[in-house]
Write a protein that binds this ligand. Structure first.
Ligand SMILES: Cc1ncc(COP(=O)(O)O)c(C=O)c1O
Length: 394
């Protein structure tokens, strides 16, 4: 679409797609094909040499996938995007593209468990070191950056403790030193937070979560500068090959259309649940960036449109108490994903962060009685009633 001033709610439905170019089909067509035919051998030669634009083979590009990529680039306010077969395919392709043996990656205090696992692989097999920092102040970040720091990798809010990192502050320091800042924006989606507008360089999503929104696709997204995205597309993505299937891209285009409506509802429900949990005698602590007493509340106000649909809390008691509480829930499902219509609960210490050694887990604030709730789209009264009846049984 030509008009650059459309609002997010409009872009999420229209950008990247011109129906006249597709027989007037209202919905983007699904190009479920592995390869594309050339009219002549010479045309094939020209496509491969780059003399002529056009599709060659779906690992190198596919029209349905391209619509998704263009739409996400617009939503994240970036130049270009690439879609992957999972969030981890996006994370690994990005880190491989940005680093080489001998480099160092500076990470936020907490990262998703499999990202932690991939950082270990980089360290053990390829000599790429990493450190974690709570990134609480400029001095702390300046001190944590080493001469060989090749990128800064941030999750905010941090999974699952909901601590925030000040994106503008990090980008200012990193930009001065020419170090790219990568942000995993999974928890927010571009509706709540656009890290590139704060000076960060690359945004990653596990599109499996809010971008899909329906729990039926695994996918990843990377957004950044055109030149860099093109390079990743021709190297790391093409040669490692973790590309999205056209059908999954089509499902994501379908899910995306309702993103703002869904997130507004996720946020509304989460706020109600926060007020319920905060006042409950069997709840020890609640971590929610919308809490005015949350240490990073001001950062939330600065860089997030709303506090989001995730909340974590610790139950008074032990790991066994937390597990008993989960087992007594009826409506809320025990599962490790987020951003779906269904409310999901998980136990980070034994599930998403089980691979993280206990000492690192405790530095990240992941205790044995901590639970994470991905608040769904059900009636908030029903979610609270389910939490309440299970707490009563403890
Ligand atoms: C913050 C975050 N980043 C990345 C990932 C990995 O995404 P995927 O499961 O789509 O590979 C997840 C998965 O839960 C996540 O929560």
């Amino acid at each position: 679409m030509e008009d650059k001033n459309l609002r997010f709610e409009t872009e999420v439905i229209h950008s990247g797609y011109v129906s006249n170019e597709h027989q007037g089909s209202l919905v983007p067509p699904l190009y479920q094909t592995s390869t594309f035919t050339f009219s002549t051998a010479e045309q094939g030669e020209k496509r491969f040499s780059g003399q002529e634009d056009g599709y060659i083979y779906s690992r190198l590009g596919n029209p349905t996938v391209k619509i998704l990529e263009e739409r996400l680039a617009v939503l994240e306010k970036g130049d270009a995007a690439l879609a992957f077969s999972s969030g981890m395919a996006a994370v690994s392709a990005t880190l491989v593209a940005l680093t080489k043996t001998g480099d160092h990656i500076l990470c936020s205090q907490g990262v998703y468990g499999c990202t932690f696992g991939f950082l270990q692989i980089l360290k053990e097999k390829y000599g790429i070191e990493h450190d974690f920092s709570s990134m609480d102040s400029e001095e702390m970040v300046e001190k944590a950056i080493l001469p060989n720091t090749a990128c800064i990798y941030i999750e905010t809010p941090i999974n699952p403790t909901m601590k925030l990192v000040d994106l503008g502050m990090i980008a200012k320091i990193a930009n001065e030193k020419g170090i790219p800042v990568v942000v995993d924006n999974t928890f927010c989606s571009p509706y709540l937070q656009t890290p590139l507008t704060y000076g960060c360089d690359v945004v990653i999503h596990s599109a499996t979560k809010y971008i899909c929104g329906h729990g039926d696709v695994l996918a990843g997204i990377v957004v950044g500068k055109k030149e860099w995205i093109q390079k990743v597309s021709r190297t790391t993505q093409k040669d490692i090959g973790g590309i999205i299937s056209p059908f999954d891209a089509w499902l994501l285009l379908r899910g995306l259309k309702t993103l703002p409506v869904r997130i507004d509802r996720h946020c509304e429900n989460t706020d109600k649940i926060f007020h319920f949990l905060r006042n409950h005698p069997k709840i020890e602590t609640v971590h929610y960036p919308g809490d005015v007493d949350h240490p990073d509340y001001q950062i939330m106000k600065k860089q997030m449109k709303k506090p989001g649909g995730l909340i974590s809390f610790s139950i008074v008691g032990t790991k066994e108490t937390a597990q008993r509480f989960m087992n007594e829930l009826n409506l809320i499902k025990i599962a490790v994903s987020l951003g779906d219509a269904e409310t999901l609960i998980q136990h980070p210490a034994t599930m998403t962060h089980a691979v993280v050694p206990e000492i690192e887990r405790s530095k990240m604030g992941i205790t044995e009685n901590l639970l994470r709730l991905s608040v769904g789209l059900e009636a908030w009264e029903d979610i609270i009633e389910d939490l309440d009846q299970s707490l009563e049984k403890l």
